[in-house]
Ligand binder design. Sequence first.
Ligand SMILES: Cc1cc2nc3c(=O)[nH]c(=O)nc-3n(C[C@H](O)[C@H](O)[C@H](O)COP(=O)(O)O)c2cc1C
Length: 302
Amino acid sequence: MTDLKTRLGSLTFKNPITVASGTFGSKDEFSQLIDYNTLGAVITKSVSLELYKGNSMPRTCETPSGMLNAIGLQNAGVDDFIANKIPYFTTIDVVLIVSIAGRTIDEYVALTERLSEIERVDAIEVNISCPNVHEGGLSFALDFRATQALVRAVKKVTKKPLIIKLSPEGDIAKSAQTAVDAGADMLSLINTVRGMMVDIKTRKPMLANVTGGLSGPAIRPIAIRCLYEVRKCVDVPIIAMGGIASVEDVIEFLIVGANAVSLGTINFAHPSFAGRVIKELEQYCVANKIACIEEIIGTLEL
Ligand SMILES: Cc1cc2nc3c(=O)[nH]c(=O)nc-3n(C[C@H](O)[C@H](O)[C@H](O)COP(=O)(O)O)c2cc1C
């Protein structure tokens, strides 16, 4: 038997497979297809202080080897999340990471305070890198001073592990260093890459928001490059993602230094993929005589 356990600071995941925020719902949406108890962790869709209606339709379109989305962080707000989403997680045994998004530092602080009161929440992922909202979002990741101020402010109001989710745009290594210096316990990377597509018949953008975030296998080499650059400069635990679609992709991210990985766009095409890839990871380790998955983390040879 292989030991798939991976430790991220004070958190222990049963295995390195998690699901990326916004691609796996906010509670039991995938539970008919996957036993949540088998996952390393669940990362819920970003929740905001108040209800967000999201952007106008169309909000998604298919691209070569991926998709564009401009959902705009649609969600019912943190009160609804606490009342109607959290109770499901008290019935299962999985590390629960709650993703938050705000328009201002005060909103992020208020969200962090609310969620810190909830024992079932194991860690908070701070989404500072959403490209599809007009206030907040990516502007916090692209401005180092804003990153620093935001991370310091949320760190002050919580004892839960704080995971900062970074953007592949700009200087991600500097962004990572800034977040860690300001108090981030862990990092999550990457969020989507801004993109745009046009329908040549109508000559209109494919998305009502005009631009959107590109995800899926098309961005995997960007994600690997980002992970490589960040791993060189910080030694906090990293949850990495971007285009994972096979067990080989998982191994690639672990070798470059991810302590765990998130599955995103693949959940839309193959909703039971997470369950399958955990089994495949175990088979891979047995076939390659890897006794403990942590053995291969950060073993990149240059
Ligand atoms: C439809 C959709 C919705 C998303 N919503 C969120 C979100 O609410 N919060 C967040 O931090 N990232 C969100 N993301 C980004 C993913 O969590 C992930 O960082 C990104 O898609 C890259 O991984 P992938 O290529 O495996 O999908 C979303 C991505 C997609 C495709």
